[in-house]
Design a protein. Sequence first.
Length: 448
Amino acid sequence: MRRDLRLAAPIALFALPLQAEVAPNALWAHWQSGEGTLTATGDAVPADGDALRITGATVEIGTLSAEIGEMTLTSEGEGTRVTLPEEWTVESGELTAAVDAPGATILATGAAEAPTYRIDAPRLSVPLEGTGQLLSVVAVELSGALASDGFDLSADSLSVAGEATEDLSAFSAARRDLSVQFDGPLDALADLIQGAPTPDLALTVEAASSTQSLTPRDDVAPTFTITSGATRDAITVTEGVATLEQSLAEVQVAAAGEEVPLPDASATAEEVALSLVTSVAISDEPAPVSLELDVTDLTVSEQAWQLFDPAGELPREPADLRLALSGQILRRSPTELSPERLGLDEFALSALGTTLTGSGSVLFQEAGGERPYGRPVGSFSFNLAGAMSLLDQLDALGTISTGNLVGMRMGLGFFTTEGDGPDELQSNVDIGPQGGVSLNGRRVLTLP
């Protein structure tokens, strides 16, 4: 989607308060100066009144170049209306797109030396090439604002579809009641996509609902569909520290196909939230990094329950997952990352009446030989409560064979020891400086 935003920037425009008249001649002169957010070349011919007709027009915004062909600049109030053809071509790096946007217009307002650009496009269709997969992007009722310090985009809907190839599966994604806000230099978007150091910026994408589907190339493999209510994606960069936040409400994941034995093979979650904080600055000093993931109130469909618990004997409280990681990384270049420390600050999973928790940390030694990273040294501890009671319930239900249940009990016996309380099991994992990994004091493997 980031590539789509880069291509959408010149057509995602929203009017700001008028400051001064932008006449067609002044706007065209500003575009030709090469000093503004938007630059243009072409042949200008006077039209009615003070209007200009531009032929052979090429418009550039940062790394994006649009072959417009012919457009007209006409005075409107204290600004200039730019009438575009229904079709034009856009290029950005290896990406090319033949834009189809009937009825799209741009209104330039504000100061002549720093205009703000507004566009209204009833329907905009952009097939993208150069991504390894033919993509089709369609926006309905697109409008917004583009200025030197950011843009503001809104659309009734935005959809992306990718055709299947020999290596890639077909997919589609759609968001409704979409809004996108970006604050910062426009060139910083390209830097962010490429992983290069960026100035301070903020990007927020919100939608009232979303749908995504993946159709595997194998005809018998199931198709997966993810739907959600309100979604929010936000990226901020402040003094070299990037923060990524993503949240989805009322999430449902469903599988369908010949090999799926249920009409309703789905799982739902009340909320899924992800947060990542990391450094995007190049430095010889390690910088902190953290990751948090929360999945709240996870449940499966009633038909899925009926497969292994038709009598409703098992606990059916929604499951919850909490994961929190922290550490330090050394970033000497955009592609060269070295971990210094990794900590499992919190791991908690509750499901089927059981609770699994864990914590610990490792330090990474200096890399040597052909190893890109140093060996980790540290320990982790885990505690599992309620597992034996769950196995007893499964045994009584008879939905899992006795042999499989015996294997599960043996596996728990191998990986765990008795805990402090009733029906509690624990595990301790230790990693030594020579790469030896011990489980509950028993050597199990050696890291390379």
